[in-house]
Design a protein around this ligand. Structure first.
Ligand code: SF4
Length: 284
């Protein structure tokens, strides 16, 4: 366990090994507004997406390997113990959440439900159950799997949240941004399933590719707003939508072609989303 762990944190850098642990890392997160403790269940750097902005070096296609639950619990309890002590003393940071995230899609883990159970146990045994939020950061593609849904119900029982990636709602946009052919209709059904089980927020990373924002490309904004509008019309109980932009460099070959959008750009989109009756948060 690294001592003085807050000195390793920065919003512009999220090294997964900054604590010297296998599954647990810590980041200073804009979206959380404090320290986010990350659980990386994809140490093999495997994902079913290949987002142009992905910060995983050596990203590969695939799924999460089997998880050593005992080790995860031990690491998390050790970190939470240190963090609680730091919070009570001089450290200016506070733990805002535990994020199930990391170097790939976490719901590709076979025993996803057991992961959530283990997190609940670690929080409970550290006296932090109900005091630290648990969020699942997901690309949303696998949320109708039985064990994932079981995990989402468990997550809801500990007041957890799902942060559901939606950067484009068109087939062409999904292919362009994520290098994957997932139908938008599947993402909609998965969003519906997730929001029926657990508080779900849509998270949209807005960025420019060769100078043009993805949602400024032909039909992209209309399609995105139509997707969210349909969610509203069908009464999906969404928490709302979070809009943010690039903060850290991509580690994909397309990196030189990407740039952030401005706060004004995000606010303009926020106004459109708000017009649908959805709560919107902007993190420039
Ligand atoms: S879903 Fe996350 S881990 Fe997977 S490619 Fe996209 S940014 Fe990387």
């Amino acid at each position: 366990m690294a001592t003085n762990w807050t000195s390793t944190l920065s919003v512009s850098s999220h090294p997964r090994d900054n604590l010297g642990l296998g599954y647990v890392y810590a980041v200073a997160s804009r979206r959380s507004g404090g320290i986010s403790v990350g659980i990386n269940v994809n140490p093999n750097k495997a994902c079913n997406y290949r987002c142009l902005y992905c910060q995983v070096e050596g990203l590969t296609r695939g799924k999460a390997p089997a998880l050593d639950l005992k080790r995860l619990k031990m690491e998390l309890k050790a970190f939470l113990g240190d963090a609680s002590r730091a919070q009570e003393s001089e450290e200016p940071y506070s733990i805002r959440d535990i994020a199930i995230s990391g170097d790939g899609e976490p719901t590709s883990l076979e025993a996803f439900d057991e992961l959530v159970l283990t997190l609940r146990e670690a929080l409970s045994e550290s006296g932090l159950l109900g005091r630290v939020k648990v969020v699942l950061i997901t690309n949303g593609t696998l949320l109708r799997r039985a064990r994932v849904q079981k995990g989402l119900a468990l997550l809801a029982a500990i007041q957890g949240e799902v942060w559901f990636k939606l950067d484009s709602a068109s087939q062409e946009g999904i292919l362009q941004v994520h290098d994957t052919r997932v139908p938008p209709s599947k993402l909609f059904e998965n969003l519906k399933a997730a929001s029926s089980l657990c508080l779900t927020w849509v998270h949209t990373l807005c960025f420019r590719l060769d100078g043009t924002a993805i949602l400024d490309m032909p039909r992209e904004r209309e399609t995105y707003l139509a997707f969210l509008g349909r969610a509203q019309k069908e009464g999906l109980p969404l928490g709302g939508v979070v809009l943010y932009t690039l903060a850290r460099p991509s580690l994909q070959p397309e990196a030189p072609r990407l740039s952030a959008v401005s706060e004004a750009w995000l606010q303009a989109l926020a106004s459109d989303v708000h017009g649908l009756g959805l709560d919107v948060r902007v993190h420039p």
